[in-house]
Design a binder for this molecule. Structure first.
Ligand code: GSH
Length: 287
């Protein structure tokens, strides 16, 4: 198997003066081949630039964000690289990995699984925060250390735990409609039971953003949460941003929670506000 740092270009399309590309590489951490999208703004042809990671939600691959969010226009204007990885290992055919849309393939939850049969491969946390980061830093003109992270739904939660578990690694974090308190909602309880084992023994709190905020002890980090009020999953109490807000207030972790009237959970909503998020990250990255 070739090194995770050896990339194969799958596609390249000029966009807003830069290039939207998709690469594949072998992941040692996940034990499979993974695709990721990367937008290189025109500024990256001459200079090193900062980078923002995007983590997608349930059922997504690397394709959803790059095709639907319209983020490249803002990345081109601001001179920032965007990286959009896949949401789980692929092609392993672990029994049960494709039985439901909210567990297994397309639903890695950005944790490092501890339970068989998932624990050999379902290590999306280590993939995102170590292996992919290194592969991107080795291959592209990035200002090392100038990285931020954002995401949507399961990926919004992924962005939060990547930032909260690695104080200082990301300069800023934001999330659209994140699953803010997975140990208290059906999606999270199902995923954590499978990947981490029963709540009593599975250290669930180590992987839950609301619980991690209570213990956060790193450099100042402002948590930026975005939530549409007509989001079906918010109204079904899968997302619970109020729980995260309360934990932030109790623990004196600064938080911005913006409710967006009548917006739902879709990429139409994300596309509306992605420019604001990119601007926010670039301000923090240049600080
Ligand atoms: N599969 C579910 C919905 C899953 C869903 O909404 N996924 C969100 C993330 S949680 C998403 O980004 N879907 C892909 C897309 O809209 O392109 C259903 O059909 O009800």
């Amino acid at each position: 198997m070739s090194s995770p740092n050896d990339l194969t270009e799958i596609s390249s399309n000029k966009m807003f003066g830069g290039y939207q590309k998709v690469y594949s590489h072998n992941s040692n951490v996940l034990g499979c081949t993974m695709n990721f999208g990367i937008y290189l703004p025109p500024q990256a042809e001459e200079n090193k630039v900062p980078i923002i990671y995007w983590l997608s939600g349930l059922t997504c691959s690397e394709a959803n964000f790059i095709q639907k969010a319209g983020a490249q226009r803002y990345a081109s204007e601001q001179g920032v690289i965007l990286v959009a990885p896949d949401t789980s290992p692929r092609g392993l055919n672990i029994p049960g990995d494709s039985d439901s849309w909210d567990f297994g393939v397309g639903a890695g939850f950005y944790v490092d699984a501890t339970q068989k049969p998932w624990s050999d491969n379902y290590k999306m946390f280590s993939y995102i925060t170590k292996e992919l980061l290194e592969a991107v830093n080795k291959n592209f003109p990035v200002m090392e250390g100038k990285q931020s992270i954002m995401g949507h739904s399961m990926g919004g939660h992924g962005a939060l735990i990547c930032a909260l578990r690695n104080p200082g690694l990301y300069r800023s974090v934001s999330a659209f409609a994140p699953i803010s308190n997975p140990i208290e909602c059906p999606w999270g309880q199902k995923a954590f039971s499978g990947y981490l084992g029963p709540q009593e023994t599975g250290n669930w709190a180590d992987w839950d953003a609301t619980e991690l905020v209570r213990k956060y002890n790193g450099p100042p980090l402002i948590i930026f949460i975005d939530q549409g009020t007509s989001d079906q999953f918010y109204n079904e109490r899968q997302l619970l941003p109020e729980n995260l807000l309360a934990a932030c207030k109790q623990s004196n972790v600064p938080v911005i929670l913006k409710f967006r009237d009548h917006y739902d959970h879709s990429y139409f909503y994300i596309a509306t506000f992605i420019g604001e998020h990119i601007e926010y990250h670039v301000t923090q990255l240049n600080f």
